[in-house]
Write a protein that binds this ligand. Structure first.
Ligand code: HEM
Length: 407
């Protein structure tokens, strides 16, 4: 492979199958300078963990500290919209460093503890059952739109105390925000519409909950403004973040996981032997094997050596979950999909101080979906054309997943 090939993160074959590409890169150099995009690629499990545990060396404020046009390119007349997206993203929790990050996260953390989230299991189970009751008689579905995209907004909408009749509107905005991850040159327009939509939608809710707080998530954020932890804009932006952080990610968990099962029917049969018992470990293996988030970024705060390479202050770094999760130094037979795998120290939710806030909820939704599907369906079969993925280095997102089944 030539150097250019090795650096072409957006090549069609890399988007279609990132695993072979990142395995080659990891073997050659787990910390690699990508000349084409001007950033470091960290692909070894040990190196990624080290990086994430040293937040003082690697800042999360990527939007504020880096510049450059969007990639893939957008319509030139839409470029001013890019600044609006950048300022929306810059105020999100995930973009903050300490000490602000610690204060903000401390405020919302209590809502997402495993114990607190476990209390939502009956609600999630019922929501999955309702969706499947509706889908099952049809005999076929697009797993993406009919199931995977429908569930997360329903659940988080309930946690936010959003009126049920507004769920359709939330879903529309969530679907517009998915354009963040696409390749269409016009994508900034629907994206900005979604972002403006959520800020406008959240405004009166946040004001009302600041006056009359309930036990929902928006009330928690609004109280944070009163306590001086969030600015008003940060309340709105982080309402948006919490609404949508679980949308695309959970969608991908459900679709990528079900696809892995379709390609490994013996593992599906294994799940079906005892879905209630097997769903927990199976969900972890789905997360490892084809992770919803392929990679995210950091910026070095000072010169630092990692994997024998010198990273300079101000350099951008992409850490690759899809590579670390298949590192043979940590996972025996890493390309095997094995739903009994244990231990399974995958990095699909990151690590360190920014470890996914919604991890318990994401797991719960995955477990309940895979369990319910295994209880109801003997086998799934793909229908329609060749599967395609969104041209993103950040997310591993199918465009659609049309299936039929035998019950
Ligand atoms: C399968 C589903 C999910 C996956 C794979 C996932 C993955 C991740 C990853 C990799 C990070 C770390 C980002 C970084 O360090 O730069 C993260 C952070 C975050 N996630 Fe998730 N996530 C999922 C679901 C959710 C859900 C359901 C929510 C909320 C309801 C959520 C809220 C967040 C938030 C707020 C952060 C930022 C945390 C911080 O900066 O302290 N995620 N997620």
């Amino acid at each position: 492979m030539t150097v250019v090939d090795l650096d072409d993160l957006f090549a069609e074959e890399v988007i279609a199958d990132p695993y072979g590409y990142f395995a080659r890169l990891r073997e050659r150099s787990p910390v690699h300078w990508n000349e084409r995009f001007g950033l470091w690629i960290v692909s070894g499990h040990a190196e990624v963990v080290w990086l994430l545990r040293h937040h003082e060396l690697f800042s999360s404020a990527v939007i504020r500290t880096t510049s450059g046009p969007p990639y893939p390119p957008v319509d030139p007349e839409d470029l001013p919209l890019f600044d609006e997206i950048r300022s929306f993203r810059a105020d999100q929790l995930v973009e903050q460093d300490r000490p602000e990050h610690l204060r903000m996260r401390g405020l919302v953390h209590q809502y997402f503890t495993p114990q607190a989230i476990e209390g939502w299991r009956p609600f999630v189970r019922a929501a999955v059952a309702d969706l499947l009751d509706d889908i099952q008689p049809r005999g076929s579905m697009d797993v993406m739109t009919d199931l995977a995209a429908a569930l997360p907004v329903q659940i988080i909408g309930e946690m936010m105390g959003v009126p049920r009749e507004d769920r359709g509107h939330l879903r529309e905005m969530a679907d517009q925000i998915l354009y963040i991850n696409r390749g269409e040159p016009y994508r900034l327009r629907p994206l900005v519409e979604g972002v403006r939509g959520i800020l406008e939608y959240a405004e009166p809710l946040a004001r009302e909950r600041a006056e009359r707080p309930g036990d929902d998530l928006i009330s928690l954020l609004a109280q944070g403004e009163r306590a001086g932890v969030f600015t008003h804009n940060q309340v709105l932006v982080n309402t948006g973040l919490l609404l949508f952080a679980g949308h695309e990610t959970t969608m991908n968990l459900i679709c990528n996981g079900l696809l892995a099962f379709m390609r490994h029917p013996e593992q599906w049969r294994r799940l079906r032997l005892d879905p209630a018992e097997a769903a927990r470990l199976a969900t972890e293996e789905c997360l490892r094997f084809d992770p919803p988030v392929k990679s995210t970024q950091r910026v070095a705060t000072q010169d630092v050596e990692l994997g024998g390479r010198l990273i300079r202050a101000g350099d951008r770094i992409r850490w690759i979950i899809a590579a670390a999760n298949r590192d043979p130094a940590v996972f025996p037979d890493p390309d095997r999909f094995d739903i009994g795998r244990q231990p399974n120290p995958h990095l699909s939710f990151g690590a360190g101080i920014h470890y996914c806030l919604g991890v318990a909820l994401a797991r719960l939704e995955g477990q309940e979906v895979f369990r319910a599907l295994a209880e109801r369906f003997e086998a799934f079969e793909l229908t329609g054309a060749r599967l395609k993925y969104q041209p993103s280095v950040q997310f591993r997102s199918l465009e659609s997943l049309p299936v039929t089944w035998s019950a």
